[in-house]
Design a protein around this ligand. Structure first.
Ligand SMILES: Cc1ncc(COP(=O)(O)O)c(C=O)c1O
Length: 423
């Protein structure tokens, strides 16, 4: 154990588990540097947050310039970066999105979205989807069902939250169409037996489940939710915290699927790693949220907002390249799937790709992930997993990753998979 690891265990609450207790001192682009000088390819991306890689020059310059001028306002007075960040985001968002409210974390933004939905609709019920991850606060953990462990020991959670299945075709051994039909049938049953649709304020849904195992909703399923929401006056709240800012091939996944959200929730890559999150909607909805109904001290921090506007500017040239990079990455992963029995499924959108590792009979194999991740660390690369069994590799390189680094990352993981199969 290094000295820093000893200090970690003495002073930091164990609840914040570091996947790897390896000290990193610096990051630039797709790479980070260990305290011992070792270079690591960072395909963890701070959990799909550093979409432009570490410390992109223009974002650094914008944040530094703001740091030298004003770094906190706390709602006492107006400052331009908050307006610039909102204008930048509304400019790239779906047409239905016209006004934004900024906070610090994804969970806070989820909490705010539910308060907004209840306030505006006068209804209490929230429908969420099994396998979803929306955060760790008491409210957001109520909407989170990606792992029972996240909720264990915290009951009672919030009332009037109804959980319904989200299509998991691979896990259910179904086609996407069968899984969509099953999930929609269950939603119908929810309305028939548990709660009437006119008691529901909002659907809260990820357009592609992240922590839950990298399952895309599919265009058909999300469009069906849009139709059901319209039929019953339910708000469709799309949580783009992990999927936003180019990750899935367009600015937001709702644009990939041509579905207009009523409320959009953002975080993670919004400022490429500086703390910022947001909830955004039409002016008609947002204008019903009157002054004092909600608030924040740190939300919309000037430095984070300056970084956010620069992040959006920096992504302008990058987002259009994501579909081609994605196609290449998928072709390589699908080739590997044909060669390796451990790869049960390759799925996702854009550069948010899940590689599900399995043993005999498509049984989830978390040991495969552990072995492949250990191999990657040894070879100088970080990856994360997801899914209730921890057996899905999240393949989330920076969106501007070079072809050389992309290939290197896939090669390292392929070697790890081969070594695991030949163990
Ligand atoms: C879809 C989604 N929503 C909300 C959150 C919570 O964000 P935070 O960890 O910033 O509170 C996450 C975090 O992983 C997420 O993936």
């Amino acid at each position: 154990m290094t000295d820093l690891q000893k200090r970690l265990h003495e002073i930091i609450a164990p609840v914040i588990a570091f996947d790897n207790e390896i000290e990193i001192t610096e990051g630039k682009g797709s790479w980070v540097t260990g305290a011992d000088g070792k270079q690591y390819l960072d395909f963890a991306c701070g959990i799909a947050t550093t979409n432009l890689g570490h410390r992109p020059d223009d974002v650094v310059a914008a944040a530094q310039a703001q740091l030298n001028k004003l770094w906190h306002a706390g709602g006492a007075f107006l400052y331009e970066p908050i307006i610039e960040a909102a204008e930048a985001i509304v400019g790239i968002a779906p047409d239905s999105i016209e006004k934004a409210f900024f906070m610090n974390s994804g969970a806070e933004a989820v909490e705010a979205s539910v308060k907004l939905a209840r306030k505006v609709s006068g209804r209490q019920g929230i429908i969420t989807f099994r396998g979803a991850f929306h955060g760790r606060t008491m409210g957001s953990v109520t909407y989170t069902t990606s792992k029972a462990k996240y909720r264990q020991g915290y009951h009672p959670l919030l009332p009037s939250v109804f959980v319904t299945p989200f299509p998991h075709p691979f896990g259910w051994d179904m086609t996407q169409e069968e899984a969509n039909a099953y999930a929609l049938r269950e939603l119908e049953m929810k309305f028939r037996y548990e709660v009437t649709p006119h008691e529901i304020a909002a659907f809260l849904v990820e357009p592609m489940q992240g922590e839950g195992g990298y399952y895309p909703a599919s265009r058909e399923f999300l469009q069906s939710l849009r139709e059901i929401a319209d039929e019953h006056g339910i708000l469709l709240m799309i949580d783009e915290v992990q999927t936003g800012f180019g990750r899935t091939g367009d600015w937001f996944t709702s644009q990939v699927y041509d579905v207009e959200p009523d409320v959009m929730i953002m975080g993670k890559a919004i400022a490429n790693g500086l703390p910022l999150s947001g909830v955004a909607s039409s002016a008609e909805i947002m204008d019903q949220w009157r002054p004092g109904s909600h608030g924040t001290t740190f939300g919309g921090n000037p430095v984070s907002c300056a970084a956010s506007a620069a992040t959006v500017a920096g992504l302008r040239d990058v987002v259009p390249t994501v579909p081609a990079t994605s196609e290449y990455a998928f072709s390589r992963w699908n080739e590997l799937k044909d060669r390796h029995r451990t790869i049960g499924d390759v799925r996702g959108l854009g550069l948010m790709i899940g590689i599900e590792l399995v043993s005999e009979g498509n049984t989830p194999d978390p040991h495969a992930f552990e072995a492949i991740s250990a191999h990657a660390i040894d070879r100088g690369m970080f990856i994360l997993n997801c899914g209730p069994d921890g057996n899905v590799i999240r393949f989330i390189p920076p969106l501007n990753v070079s072809r050389e680094d992309l290939d290197l990352g896939i090669d390292i993981l392929a070697e790890g998979i081969a070594a695991y199969e030949n163990r």
